[in-house]
Design a protein around this ligand. Structure first.
Ligand SMILES: Nc1ncnc2c1ncn2[C@@H]1O[C@H](COP(=O)(O)OP(=O)(O)OP(=O)(O)O)[C@@H](O)[C@H]1O
Length: 229
């Protein structure tokens, strides 16, 4: 196994409700190697998004430790986490969070601008990323005039524009028809295969899951190999 990008040691995540506590992750021990591609399956409410949010440093474990490149994320300041997210992680969420008042190119150029690149450089990178997802011709179009599948591909372009070492995707084919979903799946597969992007994808879509090298099921707070593995 390549050196792990992520290591989870006895990670627990407990949400406190008004009346009771909900244990979503219950002592997860897991490692994700560089270049790995992992699909996480599981019933609604089983904790898939929670798992992804922990990996994305958007939330913290209740106990246990989560290491990125061998470093305990609990030791990172908020600023260090923000730098990590912007420089190494790409996110694709089901509701892609594109900014409707901007063009596709401007949306995809946003991470580069936030990282301090000039407008021209950020837009060059954005144009290349849009080409990669087959949307090179849609750059000047307002993002709210794109179809659902095009928006999802634009969100992937935005997630990968700065060549993150890790891509975290939550239901990237949710709301897409089968053909468009397949196209998004092919794209994710190529990013992993050709660029070596480490990939963790949460999905209900078994066709999509089958494209990745490992399939895991989140059940009763634990991650276990899915039956098809
Ligand atoms: N901030 C929170 N506070 C309290 N409970 C939460 C919070 N976030 C998530 N939960 C609960 O934790 C459980 C797991 O949620 P999560 O969103 O991780 O599930 P999921 O597997 O991604 O579900 P789905 O497939 O429906 O998106 C759910 O019961 C949810 O209601």
């Amino acid at each position: 196994m390549n050196s792990p990008v992520y290591e989870l040691r006895q990670v627990r995540k407990v949400y406190s409700g008004p009346a009771e506590q909900l244990t979503v992750l219950d002592g997860v021990d897991f490692a994700i190697a560089r270049g790995d591609s992992l699909a996480v399956l599981g019933a609604s409410g089983s904790g898939k998004s929670t798992f992804l949010h922990l990996l994305g440093t958007l939330d913290t474990p209740s106990s246990g430790s989560l290491l990125f490149d061998g470093k305990d994320l609990a030791q990172f300041s908020d600023r260090e986490k923000a730098v990590l997210r912007n420089s190494q992680l790409g996110f694709v969420f089901q509701f892609h969070h594109l900014l409707p008042e901007f063009t596709t190119l401007e949306n995809v150029a946003m991470p580069g601008r936030i990282a301090g690149k000039s407008r021209a450089e950020a837009e060059d990178l954005a144009a290349a990323a849009l080409d990669q997802v087959g949307l090179g011709h849609k750059g000047r179009q307002q993002v709210n005039t794109l179809s659902g599948g095009e928006r999802q591909r634009a969100a992937i372009a935005r997630a990968v524009v700065l060549s993150p070492s890790v891509l975290l995707a939550d239901e990237p084919t949710g709301n897409l028809d089968e053909r468009t979903g397949d196209r998004v799946g092919d794209l994710l597969f190529r990013l992993n295969d050709e660029l070596g992007t480490t990939m963790v994808v949460v999905t209900h879509n078994l066709r999509l899951a089958s494209l990745f090298s490992r399939q895991y099921l989140l059940h009763d707070g634990r991650l276990q190999p899915a039956a098809s593995e």
